[in-house]
Design a protein around this ligand. Sequence first.
Ligand code: FAD
Length: 392
Amino acid sequence: MLNFINDLKSKMNFNLNEQQQLIKKTAREFANDNLRPSVVERDEKSLFPKDEIRQMGELGFMGVMISPDYGGAGLDTISYCLALEEIAKVDASAAVIMSVNNSLVCNLIYKYGSDEQKNKYLPSLCTGKHLGAFSLSEPQSGSDASNMLTYAKKEKSNYFINGIKNWVTNGISSNIIILMCLTKKNVGHKGVSAFIIEKDFDGISTGKKEDKLGIRGSDTCEIFFNNCKVPGRNLISGEGKGFNIALDILNGGRIGIATQALGIAQESLDRSMQYSKERKQFGKKIAEFGAIQSKIAKMAIHIEASRLLIHKAASLKDLGLDFAKEAAMAKHFSSQAAMDCSSQCVQIFGGYGYMRETGVERLMRDAKITQIYEGTSEIQEMVIAKSLLKGD
Ligand SMILES: Cc1cc2nc3c(=O)[nH]c(=O)nc-3n(C[C@H](O)[C@H](O)[C@H](O)COP(=O)(O)OP(=O)(O)OC[C@H]3O[C@@H](n4cnc5c(N)ncnc54)[C@H](O)[C@@H]3O)c2cc1C
């Protein structure tokens, strides 16, 4: 390990190893062959990619960083980012489904779950047989996440949960939910605990599928808990530990959402370059105009910088070092890059870009959410500034 770190210090290496190249290639081929043909229909009709997600599980994309002992692919975070970027380029909805299952559900159970919980839940989550969701937000508590009301009351060896959670990604299609709720009232974040909830426990119901601007292939909904009985063995890591677990796991989640944004930005550039070499105006390909070249160059700079920030945060995570600030920087920068690149892509397509049938306006609609969920850009700025000011 020490030799490895010394080696890294002396030679900065941006090359991918064989395994990383392989997962990138596999994900690219899967996305182009299996997601691309139906992505427009899923966006138009808000259809969840059920079969495609199951296939992604079979390929190892749903538990990339989890040990093979629990059914995972046992790869590093860079490999995860490479696969996720390829999926996000083609279908940002499939990417968020993959990101939540990997970053927020499997990683949380793997890091904080008991042996019994890992053995029971991870194999089916990693292989695409089951799907996970992560439920923290409530109608009155978004950025201020500890201001939650959902409450788990302990009676003998069970908990009885009551409350409303909202905007749960994978809320409808999931089988397992990681739920953050109070086990003690009036003590702020110290009263928050994490539970593993099976969707078919009594007392759970889901609201309607939300009608969204973008990522329309993913499902988002409210979840209602009405005296939902949960066995005590489904509490993760002990009462009162939930909020710190959520913050820690969301740091990793931000690498996933930054990568989703990167995929959208890269697809925007790829589509822009292809179109600008085909479209002619004033007797020339529009790629020959300086104004178009300037947009393409700026998009490429933002994409390269996003990828470097993401891979830096991912490699710090793989080395077991603190990466919270770097993950926040990666998400903040990449989500802005996705907004800028997708908007410039529509501009390069001109009027055709504004038409649904060209398929590039979807990139603009999908990009916006990356600035909102798993901590808004304003919250990322708070995380970065706090870390800098305390001298990290
Ligand atoms: C499509 C979608 C999917 C989602 N999926 C999930 C999920 O799977 N699980 C889950 O738990 N949640 C999920 N969320 C919720 C998401 O994480 C929240 O929307 C997000 O954290 C912001 O919370 P809010 O919407 O309540 O905004 P608010 O917190 O009300 O913020 C409103 C505005 O005020 C700003 N603001 C808030 N506080 C500050 C501050 N201190 N300083 C400066 N500005 C501030 C915000 O940045 C924002 O611009 C999802 C949301 C959406 C839209």
